[in-house]
Design a protein around this ligand. Structure first.
Ligand SMILES: Nc1ncnc2c1ncn2[C@@H]1O[C@H](COP(=O)(O)OP(=O)(O)OP(=O)(O)O)[C@@H](O)[C@H]1O
Ligand SMILES: [Mg+2]
Length: 289
């Protein structure tokens, strides 16, 4: 190989920055700078770590803005066909409502996107990650890109409000100082900063869902998936929760909401995807209706 390294040697440059000099056959040398105190093997490991995700990603020939792509996706549970030949493309920062009658496949669609369920056929690419190609140990990496909100909140009942939200950052290996700051800041945005030590069962449904929104967004996800997030709430709480989701959408997240509430969708604009019996029945923009 032409670029084969023929001579590699370590040098200590002034200011204790270490340099790694490599030479190829033609005698051209390439110098790599290392941070002080970073050993050669650590440097190599960090480079490998940075490269690893690419193993599971695909370049995007259609441009950088597509954050979700589904190609001819099928999902069946035994004999039950939940999604049939579904192809979709969703751009970065789109606000998408997924609607359709009960059993149409809305929740299934969201589950496939966060790999809560595997596809039965077809392919899904999320922010460059091919979900069919990533091994289970890479799922946490995918989930860090995604914030999920459920109809029934799914907070951990034995943990405080603060801990429920902090868990996301702890799992991502963040430092305690940053966790303290970030969790408090997000809980302030959702109006729950004075309930940090409360346990979920002592909160109203609307309050629990606000905590769930905080948990979904605290890791700055690229995508927010919400499965009927307001269906269990009174109209005022529903409005607050929906406006919070809109607020995080304005900060740059791509949002998919599965809902029966067409009025909410109509009020807010955005894209409307309608499923029926697992098939894409309609894909339109509210402004076109
Ligand atoms: N775990 C499962 N095992 C078997 N069948 C399932 C499972 N999950 C969903 N289904 C079936 O797949 C189809 C789609 O279900 P899904 O929950 O996605 O519908 P939905 O549109 O979210 O409905 P709803 O509006 O009632 O929430 C339904 O017929 C459902 O019974
Ligand atoms: Mg559902």
């Amino acid at each position: 190989m032409e670029a084969r390294i023929r001579e590699n040697r370590w040098q200590h440059s002034p200011h204790s920055v270490r340099t790694f000099i490599s030479k190829n056959k033609a005698g051209q040398s390439k110098t790599l700078l290392l941070k002080p105190a970073m050993s050669a093997w650590k440097y190599k490991k960090s480079k490998l770590k940075m490269r690893r995700p690419e193993k599971y990603t695909m370049s995007n020939p259609f441009g950088r803005d597509l954050v979700i792509r589904m190609f001819h996706v099928n999902k069946h549970y035994g004999a039950k066909q939940a999604l049939v030949d579904l192809s979709l493309e969703i751009n970065q920062n789109e606000f998408v409502f997924v609607t359709g009658p009960s059993g149409a496949g809305k929740s299934t669609l969201l589950k496939l996107l966060y790999r809560g369920e595997p596809v039965s056929g077809g392919q899904i690419i999320i922010d460059g990650m091919n979900l069919g190609a990533i091994p289970d140990k890479r799922i946490p990496m995918l989930r860090r890109k995604i914030g999920i909100i459920f109809q029934d909140y799914k907070l951990i009942v034995r943990k405080t409000v603060f801990d429920n939200v902090a868990l996301v950052l702890e799992a991502a290996g963040q430092k305690q100082g940053l966790i303290q700051k970030k969790v408090r800041s997000v809980l302030r945005i959702v109006g729950m900063e004075d309930r940090l030590d409360a346990m979920p069962p002592s909160l109203s449904g609307g309050e629990q869902q606000r905590v769930a929104v905080a948990r979904a967004v605290v890791g700055d996800p690229t995508i927010i998936l919400a499965d009927e997030p307001t269906a269990s709430l009174d109209p005022e709480s529903a409005r607050i929760v929906f406006e919070l989701i809109q607020q995080f959408h304005e900060k740059g997240a791509t949002v998919l909401i599965a809902t029966h509430d067409l009025e909410m969708a109509r009020r807010s604009g955005g894209r409307l995807i309608r499923l029926r019996s697992g098939r894409l029945e309609n894909d339109t923009h509210m402004s076109d209706l």
